[in-house]
Design a protein around this ligand. Sequence first.
Ligand SMILES: [Cu+2]
Length: 465
Amino acid sequence: MARRRSVGIIALALALALTLLAAATASAATQTVSRTFGPIKIGGYEVKQDTTMGIPNAGVDGYVTDMTVNVVDRRGKPLPISRIMLHHVVFLNMGSPGDMRRDRTCGEFTLWNSRDTLPALAERFYAAGEERAEMHLPPGYGYRVSSRDTWFMVWMLMNHRQMPDEAYVKYTMTIEEQQLRPVTPYWLDVANCSVDPIYNVPGDGRAGSLHRRTAEFTMQESGRVVAGSGHVHGGGQSLSVTQPTCENREVARFLPTWGARSHPFYNVKPILHEPGPINVTTMQSPTGIPVTAGSKLALTSTYDGALPHTRVMGISVIYVSPDEAVTDPCAALPGDISYSERPAGRSTPPRFTVPLTGIDPKTGKAVTIQAPPGRRVALRSGSTVDVRGFAFSKPNIALRKGARLTWRFRDRGAIHNVTLASGPIGFGSDNLDRGTFSQRFTKKGTYRIFCALHPVAMTESVVVR
Ligand SMILES: [Cu+2]
């Protein structure tokens, strides 16, 4: 009897322990985890960009349902843009043995020097810029992750102060350990497959005109688009996702909101690029927008066409829940498509002129300049400017209308570009450490130019008469 009772007590204790364990497991099923990468050391007024392999991954096996990112100090406190600006950050996942990932819209990525490429053996699954885009999937869906994943990060940060600084990129994820319906990220990008997917809006149209750029993407599986987000730069009007296969009907539209005139983006000096939006709407649909393997989605990026906007982007990341039961990509759209609310702000991109910035020789501080120091030299069409030693060899140039200028990139190992800050027509070169870039100046006026990677050190003024 005694033995039986003890067995009974043990059984009871075991049952109790199992119950407690189950409760513990249930409470651990959803967790919020934060990971930090850094420190990233950035010189005074430096724009720093890189691709880092092996950043901390989710650390657990499960499904990411929500993800946010910010730039913080050593103690985890968010850094104001008066110190560091997170220009953009992209997260890529190579997966793990037995669950290798590949990017769905690129075979290979072009690297920072615009020349070397790497096979796209990792999928871009989340990104954010100044608008701090967030990933929020509808209930029941998740992006599958494992503690054995290899993660990459493509990032660009700007130091707005004279003194060297350091920053950490902190990303926070809600992770569900139970199985959810997995989503596949599709990266839609009108300048796709580059770690710096930029293009330039000439901005020589009349007031109110628009500039559009479209790219098409082939879906690799049938399923339903359950969420999406967008990224544009200064001057952006909208991002529109359409189905060319279905009379090009619009299935999603992402809208930027711009800060008020008093917003730090327009007031924290130096201003090293045209400020981006403070928010871009995100889309959710628990039912999902139908897509089928082989059908196409198009992304159209629309910008203001009346002012130049250089080195802009047009990107949307959408999340597809694979479902072989979807056979008609043109089936009726679900009734549950919803968008995040737009914050207070301006709904159309403000007119903004990017100033040239130089260094005050006395204080070493950044100041707005009209032109770099030095005399202006008149050049014939076909003349060349050397880009060498972190400088343009001829910083002040006068040209006749219609003349062509060629920049020769001669800083081996250091990448530069030639980018319009302000002027009659927008243009920008690739990021280059060799080779040349040419531009014909077809409109009279003053062209203020900089290297967007070294905007304080490398400036140039071209007056076209
Ligand atoms: Cu440069």
